[in-house]
Design a protein. Sequence first.
Length: 254
Amino acid sequence: MNISGNTVFIPGSTSGIGLALALALKARGNTVIIGGRRADLLERIVAEHPGLDTVQIDTTDPASIDSAAREVLATHPDLNVLVTMAGIMRVEDWHQPDSFLASAEEVVTTNVLGPIRLIAAFIEHLRAQPDATIMTVSSGLAFAPLKATPSYNASKAAIHMLSESIRLQLADTTVKVVELEPPSVRTSLLPGQENSDFAMPLDEFVAEVVELIASQPDATEIQVERVKFLRYGEARGDYDEVVATLNAADPHGK
């Protein structure tokens, strides 16, 4: 992915990593469209950050995705980057189904079906571009589980394998598939995570991500240094130690 000169759509970018990445990419010379469910919040963000474009979208709703895709492509026919950012994280207790089933279904709908539906809505357009990118967003927890968040871990593992698979299928097209793999970052993904000493400061994370994109335009996985502890535990042969350390360190690991 080139660091500049793109037209980028980031659903789920009204806060946290999504908004910070949108602003960083805009600063690097990209046209950026942010997507979110709340019209009032989108209006406030644009007032605070002139130059961003917005579209209202609920990535859990197929009809909303289709409507937003039509709007984005009508106003930005040169769109060439889709970042499937929207995601949620829930603490779950799997001892009893009543305590986790609804949460698990919500996580899977948002974190797995949402990206799949987004890609389906944009893939034909992206394939017609001379140079296009789909950026998926998994997590360090795709590779080492946090005990408190089973469905989140599983959803991000699914995104990792989805990314690997569609990259193979789209190798005969102009569409690159890049997987962003955050560690725990100081956002409001879980209550208290924005103040966690264990989590990486948001500005540091996004700055490192942007520099990695700039310096490694052909990378298939964007990995800041802090996520490699989780990402490569199995390859290093210390997976059990990684899992033990992760679950002893902080309940807010991403």
